[in-house]
Design a protein around this ligand. Structure first.
Ligand code: SF4
Length: 364
């Protein structure tokens, strides 16, 4: 019987990742069956509520304002627009809506108030609501919780060491502090990362150490395969092989047995057979919808056909945790503090980020 451990070491995780594939699959599938129904997959819809123009320099992201990419930016969506999209997602089998805004961190004010209203509106549709809005303070996390937020996404992306090769505008400790702030509420934590950014296998293991040693471990862990977008510093990275994805999913499943492991970006490059192996290896969640923020994703109908072929059923909402109550803005116990937190700004130089920025400038 497997139990949830919070003291995994990098050496132990590497030993799991590098096992002969059939042994790794067998072990992961066994752990998966112990903690989850193997025929149920949670379906989330990711909605970009504010796209592009981000001040951060994440090397993988086409929404960073400093790089030249083809994405179309948009201001914060209205509550009515979000409600309409959530209803569409619900009718096509999603139990969760994850709203993403291209912000460095949440700022108190009318835009955050509007997001809180979106959270209230979607929770009242009896769907799980998740937000990914950048760094949050404890007070902001409390206000999100009070509005009825079910999950907050804040990815660690990679190992602490390799993080310095990906982003220079914030530090790993900011990520951990935000996760900690969310943990002070009853909102669940969603945190994972990206493979295929030029990192070593040791960095993948390092990220899993950081996530699995959190206590409690994140309730969901998205595993993304880099979608290398033209104009970003990582435009020339080679796509990860499906075997790497399967190994990463299986290892995540073993070290975080209770979590929902989510297949996220990069699914358009995977065959159905490849995805089926990921489900066998312990993935039990996907992002649905034809776009993941700005990058392509399989069509919802294609996903439902795949589910039919594989005999998988979409998970109903609030199976893992009760639906939170929504407190209306007028009855809130928390007031906006107008905080100006000093999140880290290391500003070290990352060569490929600098080159992509210079190229973008030369195209102006
Ligand atoms: S990943 Fe998020 S924080 Fe980083 S540049 Fe993109 S939108 Fe901004």
């Amino acid at each position: 019987m497997s139990t949830t451990r919070h003291n995994w070491t990098k050496a132990e995780i590497l030993a799991i990742y590098n096992k002969p594939l059939m042994e790794l699959l067998y072990e992961a599938a066994s752990v998966h069956r112990q903690f989850h129904d193997p025929n149920t997959v949670q379906v989330s819809t990711l909605l970009s509520i504010k796209t592009g123009g981000c001040p951060e320099d994440c090397g993988y992201c086409p929404q960073a304002a400093r790089y030249h990419t083809d994405i179309e930016g948009n201001d914060l969506m209205s509550v009515q627009q979000v409600k309409a999209q959530a209803l569409r997602a619900k009718s096509s089998g999603s139990s969760r809506v994850c709203m993403g805004a291209a912000w460095r961190n949440v700022k108190d004010g009318p835009e955050f108030d509007q997001v809180l209203e979106m959270v209230r509106t979607i929770n009242k549709l009896d769907m799980e609501v998740c937000c990914t809005l950048g760094m949050v303070t404890e007070n902001q996390a409390q206000r999100l919780a009070e509005a009825g937020l079910y999950a907050y996404n804040h990815n660690l992306d990679t190992s602490e060491e390799y993080y310095k090769e990906v982003i220079s505008t914030r530090g790993y400790e900011d990520r951990l502090e935000t996760i900690d702030n969310v943990r002070k509420t009853n909102v669940t934590v969603c945190s994972g990362g990206i493979i295929g950014m030029g990192e070593k296998v040791e960095d993948r293991a390092g990220m899993l150490v950081a996530l699995s040693t959190l206590n409690p471990q994140p309730e969901s862990v998205p595993i993304n395969a880099l979608v290398a977008v033209d104009g970003t510093p990582m435009e020339e990275e080679t796509p990860v092989e499906i075997w790497e994805m399967i190994r990463m999913v299986a290892t995540t499943r073993i070290v975080m047995p209770e979590t929902q492991v989510r297949l996220s970006a990069g699914r358009t490059n995977m065959t159905r057979e490849g995805q089926a192996m990921c489900f066998f290896a312990g993935a039990n969640s996907i992002f649905a919808g034809d776009k993941l923020l700005t990058t392509p994703n399989p069509d919802v109908n294609e996903d439902m056909e795949m589910f039919k072929t594989l005999g998988l059923n979409p998970q109903k909402p609030f199976i893992k945790k009760m639906q939170p109550e929504t407190v209306e803005a007028a009855d809130s116990q928390f007031e906006s503090l107008g905080e100006k937190p000093r999140w880290t700004r290391p500003e070290h130089k990352i060569d490929r980020n600098e080159e992509a920025k210079a190229q973008a400038k030369s195209r102006l």
